[in-house]
Design a protein around this ligand. Sequence first.
Ligand code: BMA
Length: 330
Amino acid sequence: MAKIIGNSLSNLPWQDKPENYKMPVWRYTENPIIQRYQTPTSNSIFNSAVIPFEDGFAGVFRCDSLGVSMDIYTGFSKDAIHWEISHEPIKFVGDDPEILKREYRYDPRVCKIEDRYYVTWCNGYHGPTIGIAYTEDFKTFVQCENAFLPYNRNGVLFPRKINGKFAMLSRPSDTGHTPFGDIFYSESPDLEYWGHHRYVMGTYRGDASAWQSTKIGPGPVPIETDEGWLLIYHGVLNTCNGFVYRMGCALLDIDQPWKVKYRSKFYILGPTELYEQNGDVPNVVFPCATLSDSDTGRIAIYYGCADTVVGMAFTTVDELMNWMKKNPLN
Ligand code: BMA
């Protein structure tokens, strides 16, 4: 039995695994939990991040507008299922107007490190790069320097310093719908200057695991366990009908997270429901956040469905560990 190292969360949303269900991740029966037209100006709400906050939950949501512009919005919830999402995008504050210029913002992650909530997202700055901001109250958001030069997407912070440094996973990319992509690790003493870049893992080109053959990218903030960092990630296959996005999991070394201990050969969730197969971009499940409970090992995964709505799914730390260990990618 692996153990989650972190806080207990007795109000974690939960449903038991259906009987005789062969996959390690199962969906919430009332999915999707967030609808595309949920705010007055939204065309779609997906690829969004949630976190425990005060006596409930807060989140940062990707809402594409009816003009199909991309921005990120706060939201709050008592039960982590029903969300009130702001009608106005986050307005960032900061010292340097150059950094505050908005081109586009999408695919947020939220990570608590010590007393602050950090938001990372794909930030337009002459091409996509990783934006970083912090907040203490989900009202005032201070924007920091972009982490990297363009082009990069999927910047995901670790929830504590590693060897005394902030740590981030990311996926260097290009200006378009990148047909490649591997996961890298970087460190920073101050969240401004990033270095110590390490290759973590890449696409798999063999036949055994084609679902992750075109590109992969880190998903939710890694979950600390007594066996290592549990990472849920997305993997993409290029088919004759375009990209198909699925989810997988990996276990990274606790002190040297660029060392991969296990990685799943089989995906853990794929787009098989109508709301995952149909939408503005068909065949996408895209995980951006989890909530987890250290007492029970339960995990709720939040994921974008077909670039249109948000879904929730459940698993446990043991389900994912067993899945990887039974069918590892060598
Ligand atoms: C990626 C990002 C994601 C999106 C995915 C599938 O490049 O734009 O936000 O979910 O493509 O369209």
